[in-house]
Design a protein around this ligand. Structure first.
Ligand SMILES: [Zn+2]
Length: 296
């Protein structure tokens, strides 16, 4: 049995994935406010899941951040209680087994590569565009990562081929200017459309469809920026497929508009990388976390 846990800012979700890929159990509960209570809540969820399924399993956890290979501590998590904590070691102690922890975009890539929109492709670049913006790479069933633990960290690279109007870009929470996240995330799109302070991009496609020019123009800029950002990925990684996840991946126009816009930035005579929507939606986090123990 493989237990996957999606540890988010508001909820913790667990799934029990059997060897044949069937879901044996699924539970969610609110994320407690403190770190210690979060560890306890995860340990309790795993214990309950093992009681219900009657088998001991492997445990993988997806988080909105990553573990530093230098310190072994969580960094860059927007769930602040996790930052600076040795989450994998504390969970291992609480659960009596090794626990694998990675960021949520890597989980999306694992899940979609295994049996989602990236199934059958060797190299999958997966993007989360929602509250934030991130990326993950899975090739031949394995997460691509290296000495810095930053493989696929696309959201905090600068928007490529910036126009004069775009340069140097908005200030990002990470301290830099012009990160992709400031342009491509939901709050980034909302601010571009409705000005500083706007955070909700959910209604923009409907406004554009109803004829609001400002909304249509913001969506066009967003699609063009996404195309540039993905064109850069194609030039470096040449993935077999690009999978979009997160709330903004529900914007249907992206799948028709982005590939031809991407072609202008791909350094070659063809640009045929498919851009597709994630199949598992919000469930990719738990499924991918469960798959962290899959043989690559
Ligand atoms: Zn940034």
């Amino acid at each position: 049995m493989r237990f996957g846990i999606d540890l988010g800012g508001t909820k913790i979700e667990i799934v029990a994935l059997a060897r044949d890929g069937t879901v044996r159990l699924r539970e969610r509960r609110p994320t407690p406010p403190t770190y210690e209570a979060t560890i306890e809540a995860i340990a309790a969820l795993v214990a309950e899941a093992e009681r219900e399924t009657g088998v001991r399993g492997t445990v993988g956890v997806g988080i909105p951040g990553s573990l530093s290979p230098a310190t072994g501590l969580v960094r860059n998590a927007n769930t602040q209680a996790l930052n600076g904590r040795p989450l994998d070691k504390d969970l291992a102690a609480a659960l009596g087994r090794e626990v694998r922890v990675t960021n949520d975009a890597n989980c999306l890539a694992m899940s979609e590569a295994a049996d989602g929109a990236g199934a059958g492709h060797r190299t999958v670049f997966a993007v989360i565009m929602g509250t934030g913006c991130g990326g993950g790479i899975v090739s031949s069933g394995r997460i691509l990562d290296g000495p810095n633990g930053t493989g696929g960290e696309w959201g905090h690279t600068p928007l490529p081929w910036m126009t004069e109007a775009e340069f140097p870009g908005p200030r990002c929470w990470c301290g830099r200017l012009g990160c992709l996240e400031t342009f491509l995330s939901g709050p980034g799109l909302a601010a571009d459309c409705d000005g500083p302070g706007a955070r909700d991009a959910g209604g923009i496609p409907a406004r554009a469809a109803a004829g609001e020019e400002k909304a249509a123009a913001a969506l066009a800029r967003h699609a063009d920026r996404l195309a540039r950002a993905l064109g850069m990925i194609v030039n470096i990684l040449d993935p077999d497929v690009i999978v979009l996840g997160g709330g903004l991946s529900n914007m249907r126009h992206l799948y028709a508009e982005v590939p031809p816009l991407m072609a202008r930035h791909v350094f070659g005579d063809v640009s045929r990388t498919p851009v597709v929507q994630a199949r598992h939606g919000d469930s990719s986090g738990v499924f991918g976390a469960a798959r962290l123990w899959d043989p690559g």
